[in-house]
Ligand binder design. Structure first.
Ligand SMILES: Nc1ncnc2c1ncn2[C@@H]1O[C@H](COP(=O)(O)OP(=O)(O)OP(=O)(O)O)[C@@H](O)[C@H]1O
Ligand SMILES: [Mg+2]
Length: 227
């Protein structure tokens, strides 16, 4: 067992009588090697669920576990450390730091994890090779195409060898051909290293390729489909 959500809910108290639900009664187990997508209309709670799993927001009710540890009982500092140790993140808009080179962007979270210098550069080289960008380390993000930038952000996410990768609409900004290539890369990483992925997406191309689809509506998982 990797990650588990038990009766998790998140609401936003907008006024005394107006509660907005971001997530409601979420029960979900994420195991090693899972390749799953949260699918639902805009505002259905996809990002909220990812943020809850990441410990970026705390639930209003319910519990989250990683192995035997209850994440919901962690302090802010412990949650930050836990996230750094076990999770990698991929975003729709890549979120690379423009003033850092490709190499430095990938290196950055590894430095926060206090790896030795040699291990950091080995991991960066390994990650760049995995995403097909060997030799691109000295470039800056703006000197790359959107697809290449997303590959850099994937390299950054995998370089720390996380247990779980959370990807919020990772193909939304990419053209069909590039999106297809990025999806193939996710599949390869999942197959070769049993890297666990949970995506949020509207992208049918990605939905067709995942092993599990979680349909979410008004903050609730209403259906789970296995491919
Ligand atoms: N900080 C906040 N304060 C109040 N309401 C919020 C907040 N964050 C999210 N919500 C509400 O929670 C619900 C779920 O939002 P969320 O961002 O998780 O949806 P989503 O499925 O990711 O949508 P999209 O496809 O547009 O990214 C929405 O009704 C949203 O308005
Ligand atoms: Mg979202």
């Amino acid at each position: 067992m990797q990650f588990e959500l038990q009766n998790v809910e998140k609401f936003y108290q907008m006024s005394e009588e107006n509660k907005v639900f971001g997530a409601k009664d979420i029960n979900l187990s994420i195991h090693e090697g899972d390749f799953m997508a949260l699918v639902g209309p805009s505002g259905s709670g996809k990002t909220t669920v990812l943020n809850l799993i990441a410990g970026l927001i705390l639930p209003s009710g319910g519990k989250l576990f990683h192995a035997k540890n209850e994440i919901t009982s962690f302090s802010l500092e412990e949650r930050t450390q836990h996230r750094l140790e076990y999770m990698g993140f991929i975003f729709q808009d890549y979120q690379l730091l423009p003033v850092l080179t490709v190499h430095e962007n990938i290196e950055f979270p590894l430095q926060l994890k206090n790896f030795a210098k040699k291990e950091i550069s080995e991991r960066v080289e390994w990650a760049l090779e995995q995403v097909g960008l060997k030799g691109y380390g000295k470039r800056f993000p703006k000197q790359l195409s959107g697809g290449q930038q997303q590959r850099v952000s994937i390299a950054r996410a995998i370089a720390g060898k996380p247990q779980l990768i959370l990807a919020d609409e990772p193909t939304a900004n990419l053209d069909t051909k590039t999106a297809q290539e990025i999806i193939e890369l996710f599949k390869k990483l999942n197959q070769d290293y049993r890297l666990t992925f949970i995506f949020s997406t509207h992208d049918q191309r990605l939905i067709d390729q995942v092993k599990t689809v979680l349909y979410i509506k008004d903050g609730q998982i209403i259906e789970t489909k296995k491919h």
